[in-house]
Design a protein around this ligand. Structure first.
Ligand code: NAD
Length: 419
């Protein structure tokens, strides 16, 4: 995964104005720590789980990234996700480096108490390599504010005091911020609106009726659907890991949300059933992958009829498919820009915890909109200057910012050379 992710960076190098030494440093993660976590299960048995934390680059500030509980978690996964976090933070000008961590475990099989034990075990193992000025974890797949609350509790026990800024995505009762749950979906929507309202003639996307097909109806997808629906977009299809629902006239998202919540994700309450493969091939204006990695591949890319792919998931498009989308003039809004709203509001939470201030929900959303709009404007400047894919433009901007910071740190030594 990391090798594939780094290929995206290569295309941006010549537009980034970054010196060769800063570039070389970014080819490798700063450090990846692996630990073994022994955990006693409710039935008395002891099992040992593999856990990881990768801190990819900390040039811009303390590292930032989620903790994922998933059976696929391994070193490569964490390094690739930490790599994306590095460039995401830089692209939206948040003073954080990139990290990611996780435990190789299936959280669905754990009881409430087992989940609490393994969450605290993670902090026991990594407490000395994380912290408010070093690396600030957050939720990711299968971890949520409840898990962050347990992790904060364990960190506080080990370090003493009330270091609320050690972790973000906490419950509001423990210093979490309003609006964190909706941040990634809303942040994506603010970018989409900026592109369609301010750059419509530049991005060359012929939008007919603002129709959307959305894959993934979880934390990110539901909030994106909610705000897009309320602002007049026509969401014709949504899906989850089981299947999806389609109505060419547009779905009532309130009905879909109610049915999904009541049925544990099994019922949709309206429209007709479709598969995830069918959803990806629908004739819509905007296709929004908001589920998992590698769903748009060389195999299915030629079926895609959308005019824009808006990547709310991390890494939903393989490099091969991305090149084909570009050839077909399908406009791709890359993950490191499209889904950065979550880390932006995490940054607000960290600032709130350090400053002892509390932002209201309206303030959070206004500030999020401001940051996402500014980021979009900056990326679009590069896009228009060089006529390059938006992904390349976003990486180029992020690379330039990291390179400049590295230069200001003065740690490149005597042999500096400009490209
Ligand atoms: P989630 O677990 O809440 O939701 C994932 C959704 O995808 C669920 O509806 C699930 O049923 C569906 N899904 C899972 N496997 C699928 C499959 N094979 N086919 C179709 N649908 C499938 O996760 P989330 O937090 O919403 O994250 C979704 C994506 O967004 C991930 O790629 C994540 O890394 C990325 N992301 C999340 C955040 C955040 O703030 N949560 C921030 C940035 C990026």
């Amino acid at each position: 995964m990391l090798k594939e992710a780094k290929t995206q960076l290569d295309a941006a190098f010549k537009y980034a104005e970054i010196d060769s030494e800063s570039w070389e440093k970014l080819q490798y993660p700063q450090r990846t720590i692996q630990c073994s976590l022994p955990m006693r299960h409710d039935d008395g048995t002891l099992k040992v789980y593999k856990a990881f934390r990768c801190q990819y680059d900390s040039t811009l500030g303390p590292c930032k990234g989620g903790i994922r509980f998933h059976p696929n978690v391994d070193r490569d996964h964490c390094e690739a996700l930490a790599f994306w976090m590095t460039f995401k933070c830089a692209a939206v000008k948040i003073p954080f480096g990139g990290a990611k961590g996780g435990i190789r475990i299936d959280a669905k099989t754990l009881s409430h108490r087992e989940l609490e034990r393994i969450s605290k075990a993670y902090i026991d193992a990594f407490a000395d390599v994380i912290g408010p000025d070093i690396d600030i974890p957050a939720p990711d797949m299968a971890t949520d504010e409840r898990v962050m609350g347990w992790m904060y509790s364990e960190y506080r026990k080990i370090k003493g005091g009330h270091p609320k800024d050690c972790i973000t995505g906490k419950p509001t009762a423990l210093g979490g911020i309003e609006g964190r749950n909706s941040a990634t979906g809303y942040g994506g929507f603010y970018i989409l609106e900026t592109l369609l309202n301010d750059y419509y003639d530049k991005i060359n996307v012929n939008i007919k009726d603002k129709s959307i097909a959305l894959q993934g109806f979880g934390k990110v997808g539901t909030w994106f659907a909610d705000i897009a629906y309320r602002n007049g977009y026509k969401i014709v299809a949504v899906s989850n890991e089981f299947d999806g629902v389609y109505d060419p006239k547009g779905l009532n998202i309130d009905t879909v949300l109610r049915s999904q919540n009541a049925s544990g994700g099994k019922e949709w309450g309206c429209g007709s059933r479709i598969t995830n493969d069918e959803l990806l091939a629908l004739p819509v204006d905007i296709l929004v992958p908001a589920a998992i990695e590698n769903v748009i591949t060389a195999k299915n890319v030629n079926d895609i009829k959308a005019k824009m792919v808006f990547e709310l998931a991390n890494g939903p498009t393989t490099n091969e498919a991305d090149a084909i989308l570009n050839d077909k003039k399908i406009f791709v809004v890359p993950d490191i820009l499209a889904n950065a709203g979550g880390v932006v509001v995490s940054y607000f939470e960290w600032v709130q915890n350090r400053g002892g201030i509390v932002k209201t929900l309206d303030e959070v959303n206004l500030d999020l909109n401001r940051v996402m709009t500014y980021a979009t404007n900056k990326v679009m400047e590069r896009f228009m200057e060089h006529s390059i894919p938006l992904r390349t433009a976003t990486y180029a901007l992020a690379l330039k910012r990291i390179g400049m910071a590295n230069e200001c740190l003065g740690n490149k030594g005597y042999f500096r050379s400009r490209q």
